[in-house]
Ligand binder design. Structure first.
Ligand SMILES: [Fe+2]
Length: 262
């Protein structure tokens, strides 16, 4: 089915999103400009207006009209806050998604006011900014990517081309899981563990510290595990390995395969 927007590498316009349609109150000029992240996470995914317009291939959006500046918003999740239980509790999502993720977005919006990044896409900010702006932009991007890698309907393991690539790199899915666990558990302090596709098309594992993201490395992120303590302390206290055990139960391998094929 044709998508209701046009896509290029950095931006897309929702062509059919007219004021009033879908209850888009406040969009005075009928134009919804999405921060189209055509890359690992695909283009803009859903509109924050009521009702949301879910798309299957991405997530980010910003909105603007003639009277307001563009603003980054917390993406809606494709599942309920309690849908990932018992592996990630509703309380964890209330704090991690509702407070930590939201805070990065709030800080980002405040920090880019009046700067060169005020109307830039999130990916542009991640790739160009430094210091606090980079930290909040990257954490915004990383967390959205993280949430969209989950599904309440755990799929166990990948299939098709992705499974073949995993077998080619590590020999088996079990060996890959072990290597990913080692990467995640071995990440010192706060950071992220990533499955990435390298420029040559091979799979690899990457550990990043704090807000650092593979977006700036040339690798294409496919799957990530947030190993900041706020990601698991409510449910698993200090046991990062137990958190990894739950993580594998909710990975959305269909989404990872889509990212791999993109
Ligand atoms: Fe986090």
């Amino acid at each position: 089915m044709a998508r209701p927007y046009s896509v290029n590498k950095t931006a897309c316009i929702v062509n059919d999103f007219k004021a009033g349609k879908n209850g888009a109150a406040g969009v005075s000029d009928g134009l919804c400009l999405w921060a189209a992240e055509k890359s690992p996470i695909g283009a803009a995914a859903r509109c924050g207006y009521n009702p949301p317009r879910p798309f299957s291939d991405g997530l980010f959006h910003k909105t603007h009209n003639r009277s307001t500046k563009m603003e980054h918003k917390l993406p809606e999740l494709p599942y309920a806050l309690d849908a990932l239980e018992p592996h990630l509790s509703k309380e964890t999502l209330e704090y991690h998604y509702g407070k930590h993720h939201q805070t990065y977005i709030t800080n980002l919006n405040n920090q880019i006011k009046g700067t060169e990044f005020e109307n830039a896409s999130l990916e542009e900010i991640v790739k160009k900014a430094e210091g606090g702006v980079f930290n909040n932009a990257a954490q915004t991007w990383n967390h959205t990517f993280y949430w969209l890698g989950f599904t309440p309907k755990g799929q166990g393991r990948p299939s098709g081309a992705l499974a073949e690539a995993i077998d080619a790199k590590w020999g088996s899915f079990e060996a890959f899981q072990k290597a990913f666990d080692t990467c995640a558990v071995g990440t010192f302090g706060s950071g992220w563990a990533w499955l990435v596709k390298t420029p040559s098309g091979e799979l690899d594992l990457v550990s990043t510290s704090n807000a650092a993201t593979p977006l700036n490395s040339g690798n294409i992120p496919l799957l990530t595990c947030d190993v900041w303590e706020h990601a698991y302390y409510i449910d698993y206290r200090n046991s990062r390995p137990n958190y990894l055990n739950g993580f594998w139960e909710i990975v959305n391998w269909d989404e990872v395969a889509r990212r791999f094929a993109a």
